[in-house]
Design a protein around this ligand. Structure first.
Ligand SMILES: Nc1ncnc2c1ncn2[C@@H]1O[C@H](COP(=O)(O)OP(=O)(O)OP(=O)(O)O)[C@@H](O)[C@H]1O
Length: 320
């Protein structure tokens, strides 16, 4: 396995994770995501079974099973200190788990965007240079990656002067320039505003469709990411629950960790947006007309605003 890892002290601390109520209001920009690629018959890129890792005299994670296949987006979600980074480091081989097994596809190429970057911010560093800091990447591949992430104009910009969103795109460009089979993104929207989060997750989704790579995401974002992911694992040292975003949002274990409001906010973001809820309670329909409600809308199968939608999802597994 070859992978691209940089870690250490942080440039952007967790700037903010927006829980501001208006940001969750219906009508806020939402993304349109293509459906996930059909599951492939190829073996998973990574398969971890029953992994456990100890540190400081205790189990940091235990009994964690995790697989990521080609073209699949899997998200690890959980409170601070619940073991998300430890799990990812274990499946990538950065840490050796104390129990369980990890199988990685032969020759697996991993692009890792860590939560923290070891960069001396007092030294000049352009975006272009950042791309090849830990290994050679051809000029063509660097340019293509910057183009793909929407920041070709920033190739010569100083990394220290980038905005939060630009910086995250630069990190993503750096990871995809090496054409990974598996892209691992540890909190990819740090320092990015909510509209930027939507755009970034849409970009991640496009990259998965275009390249067919598998994507393992770590996130605290309880709303937007849920719409962009195929499978969610909710971690709290062990896996509390897992399944489709909707089914996890319904799980009592998830609600106990994140609260009912978080679950409700997910419902807002997972229904099919062919209309917009106006601040006065009325609804602008797809044809531009305004109605009192969306009752007559025709997308009720994927479109229930209730957090109880999809409660019977068959993918759902609750591990207590
Ligand atoms: N090498 C280590 N030795 C001892 N404890 C550790 C070590 N690495 C991490 N921990 C502890 O393990 C727990 C899980 O850490 P981890 O970074 O995996 O959590 P996380 O879910 O990614 O957290 P966050 O959301 O805050 O990034 C934390 O309590 C952390 O302090």
């Amino acid at each position: 396995m070859r992978y691209d890892i940089t870690y250490g002290t942080s440039r952007i601390n967790r700037l903010f994770h927006c829980s501001h109520e208006p940001c969750r209001l219906p009508g806020f920009p939402t993304m349109t995501l293509a459906s996930a690629p059909a599951p492939s018959d190829s073996p998973p890129l990574i398969r971890a079974e029953g992994i456990g890792a100890r540190g400081g005299g205790r189990w940091l994670i235990r009994n964690v099973d995790l697989t990521v296949g080609r073209g699949e987006i899997v998200t690890l979600i959980g409170p601070n200190g619940s073991g998300k980074s430890t799990t990812v480091k274990s499946v990538l081989g950065v840490l050796t788990p104390d129990e369980g097994s990890v199988i990685r596809a032969p020759g697996l190429r991993v692009g890792y965007v860590p939560q923290k970057l070891a960069i001396d911010w007092t030294l000049p560093l352009t975006v272009d240079r950042l791309m090849s800091l830990t290994g050679p990447v051809s000029a063509k591949d660097r340019a293509a990656a910057l183009d793909r992430t929407g920041i070709p104009h920033l190739a010569k910009a100083e990394v220290a002067q980038l905005s939060g969103g630009e910086f995250q795109r630069a990190l993503l460009a750096r990871a995809i320039a090496r054409k990974p089979d598996l892209l691992v993104l540890d909190e990819p929207v740090q320092g990015v505003d909510v509209a930027g989060e939507v755009a970034l997750y849409a970009l991640i989704d496009q990259i998965r469709h275009e390249t067919g790579c598998g994507i393992l995401l770590i996130s605290h974002d309880l709303h937007v990411v849920m719409a962009a992911t195929d499978r969610v694992l909710c971690l709290n040292t062990h896996i509390c629950c897992q399944g489709s975003p909707q089914s996890v949002a319904e799980d009592p274990a998830y609600r106990a960790l994140f609260g009912d409001r978080a679950a409700a906010s997910i419902a807002v973001y997972t229904h099919h947006h062919d209309h917009t809820h106006l601040p006065d309670g009325r609804v602008r329909l797809a044809d531009g007309s305004v109605a009192d409600s969306c009752e007559h809308d025709h997308h009720h199968d994927s479109h229930d605003h209730s957090p109880h939608a999809h409660a019977s999802d068959k993918e759902h597994h609750h591990a207590g």
